[in-house]
Write a protein that binds this ligand. Sequence first.
Ligand code: ZN
Length: 277
Amino acid sequence: MINQYAGTCAACRARVPAQGGQRVNENGTWRTYHNECVPVRLAPPAGSHSGWHDGRMVAFDVETTLPDPLEARMVSAALCDVDGTARTWLIDPGVPIPADATARHHLTDADVRRDGRPAVEALAEIGEAVNGLIAAGIPLVAFFASYDMTVLRSELARHALPPVDWSRVAVIDPFILHKQVEPHWWGKKTLADLCAYYQIPLVNAHTADADATATLALARAIAARHERIASMTPPDLHQAQIGWFARDAEDLQRYYDRKGIQKTVSTQWPLETRRRG
Ligand SMILES: [Zn+2]
């Protein structure tokens, strides 16, 4: 986080003016650094233990029209398997794509009108593919999964398509897992930030298949480094993440309330039912 007060840089010992650098928590001790002096963090090496990270799993990622998962329409989706195969969909959502969404994923109205599949067709295939994975007991991996999963559920309902069997799903969310294994992490936790830490290449970020491929590698990298995560069964891990996500969200809500920031944080994972503030 940005340093509120002036201090001395823990690396070069020169003065850091107030708000001119970073406060960094290193194993419980807060230190001040210039932005350019902050040490580069790298994840610990992988262990040799076995676990779910050796097994089959499939990552799911969507790109959409809106930040609210209850309102967002899918414009692209990807399912990436650990065996290296992937299925991707480019979808014409039938509604205009807002400029800020296009700025993120670079898909325009013209792109999806020219090359996209009709939403109902593509969503039927995606729902069927996801249901097939769930029926086969294959975990689904998604980064901040409550977004992607909630979009999928809402889109299937919107188009009167059969729902996914959410009661049997096992979701693995590396965003939640990272928070568990690195409780003193400071700064941003985007997919790109975490990929840098675990040394996972991420090219073409914010395209569904690139993000899904990186998310898959990220989940496996975390499990390979933390036996307590790797040794859980995916269904047990799914249950545990529900509680971990809710606790992290409650902490964030308390922080917003303390700062007087008018924001409502969802505590629901992997499906949101309430509108976010
Ligand atoms: Zn410095």
